[in-house]
Design a binder for this molecule. Structure first.
Ligand SMILES: *[C@@H]1O[C@H](CO)[C@@H](O)[C@H](O)[C@H]1NC(C)=O
Ligand SMILES: *[C@@H]1O[C@H](CO)[C@@H](O)[C@H](O)[C@H]1NC(C)=O
Length: 394
């Protein structure tokens, strides 16, 4: 019994050594003091006003101040919605939603020193990182208004370090989609690139940059980007090859914002060209009449309807195009995507919005084209308006 246990332990140690040799490891990071962010303001006041009006409707129709969650929402989409409100306030220079962060479920967790983030994120390594993005965007807003943001920054860092522990050598690297360790996919690793590179831009710790370089190199060699330039959902768990699953719009946006953050951190503009392969492929392949169309958006009666997660994907693409342009900080790259952002905000306004100022899931067809209406679909439309307010034509 004892002998075989010892044998097993030695065997595991050997396995561990082999794994460490095969794949470089990612590193944990330290808590930090307050950091001040500088945010470029929006340029188009008319679109900002539309965005503000949509955001007020969203809060009135769906936000529950009792539990700090959105009725009909979910943890990861609520995180995106909170991020959106702060992205909007930074773009407008206004404070309409200044009390939402501390009232929100996520803010309550951030402000409570005994929060166990492992139990909040419950093994979802993608959901966890949407929460990091929300926490750090709230931190940017609070810094811009001279408010304390340490709890938000360091809660994000605590979650980030959990994700670091989810990287291993299976398929040559990458973090697992969930703590069940059954799937390595695009979104979780695109998010890890973005949280690492934008973590470096905010906090200037070398470990963030080392991690960002590692995950970018792993992603770009993973085979998850197909010959059309679009990212499929993930890797086949038997072969580690591209599994050919759906090219969701959000995957095509988050890779771009991650690569732009890395370009800003390293000065390597080639990452921007890599990102634009995918941004351009999105515009060519995931649109109808130049308007984003998710594969589950179907205006025809009886066609597929996007599920609770998918309803927010298109807006996330526009938000991450905004973040891409924030970090690319390049007038000619902005000019290239500006008309497309203008088309999206116009479609959301003229096609996607109903008489109650709610925004539906379908943007490309008149009269909301058979949309479902949820807090996710309104947040998605809000994201399109804010991105266009910053970078679209006016
Ligand atoms: C946590 O994850 C487990 C396993 O996926 C699931 O069964 C459970 O419902 C989750 N709990 C919450 C609160 O989401
Ligand atoms: C710049 O980025 C490209 C990816 O687009 C990468 O292959 C190359 O190694 C990077 N250069 C440096 C000096 O890191």
């Amino acid at each position: 019994m004892l002998l075989s246990k010892t044998f097993v332990t030695i065997y595991h140690l050997l396995l561990l050594t082999v794994t460490c040799v095969r794949a470089a490891a990612v590193e944990k990071v330290r808590p930090v003091e307050e950091v001040v962010a500088i945010e470029k303001r929006g340029q188009c006041q008319a679109t900002l006003n539309t965005a503000l009006s949509v955001a007020h409707t969203l809060q009135n129709h769906y936000y529950n101040t009792g539990n700090g969650q959105y009725n009909g929402g979910s943890l990861w989409t609520d995180a995106n919605t909170l991020e959106d409100l702060h992205n909007l306030m930074l773009a407008t220079g206004t404070d309409d939603f200044s009390t939402v962060a501390d009232n929100s479920y996520i803010g309550r967790m951030a402000n409570n020193p005994s929060t166990n983030w492992n139990s909040v994120i419950n093994g979802s390594n993608d959901d966890a990182q949407w929460i990091i993005l929300a926490l750090w965007k709230i931190a940017d807003y609070k810094a811009a208004r001279g408010l304390s943001n340490t709890n938000y920054i360091n809660s994000g860092i605590a979650i980030y370090n959990i994700i670091v522990g989810q990287w291993d050598g299976t398929c040559g690297g990458g973090v697992w989609w969930s703590s069940a360790h059954t799937y390595k996919n695009a979104i979780t690793n695109e998010l890890f690139l973005l949280t690492s590179a934008s973590g470096y831009l905010r906090f200037k710790q070398q470990a963030f940059l080392n991690n960002a370089n590692l995950v970018a190199s792993w992603l770009l060699n993973s085979g998850m980007r197909n010959s059309a330039g679009l990212w499929n959902d993930g890797l086949d768990s038997n072969t580690c090859g591209n599994n050919g699953q759906t090219t969701w719009t959000y995957n095509q946006g988050v890779i771009a914002s991650g690569l732009a953050a890395l370009a800003a951190a390293t000065g390597n503009k080639s990452y921007l060209d890599q990102a634009e392969i995918t941004l351009d492929a999105t515009i060519s392949h995931l649109t109808s009449n130049n308007i984003l169309k998710e594969s589950c958006d179907d205006a025809a009666a009886g066609g597929p309807v996007c599920d609770a997660d998918q309803q927010i994907f298109k807006g996330i693409w526009t938000k991450h195009l905004q973040y891409y342009l924030d970090n690319a900080n390049d007038a000619s790259r902005t000019a290239k995507y500006s008309p497309f952002l203008g088309s999206q905000t116009s479609a959301v306004f003229h096609y996607g919005t109903d008489a109650n100022n709610d925004i539906g899931s379908v943007w490309y067809a008149p009269n909301q084209g058979g949309s479902v209406f949820t807090p996710k679909t309104s947040a998605s439309g809000l994201e399109a308006h804010v991105a266009a307010a910053k970078y679209g034509p006016c």
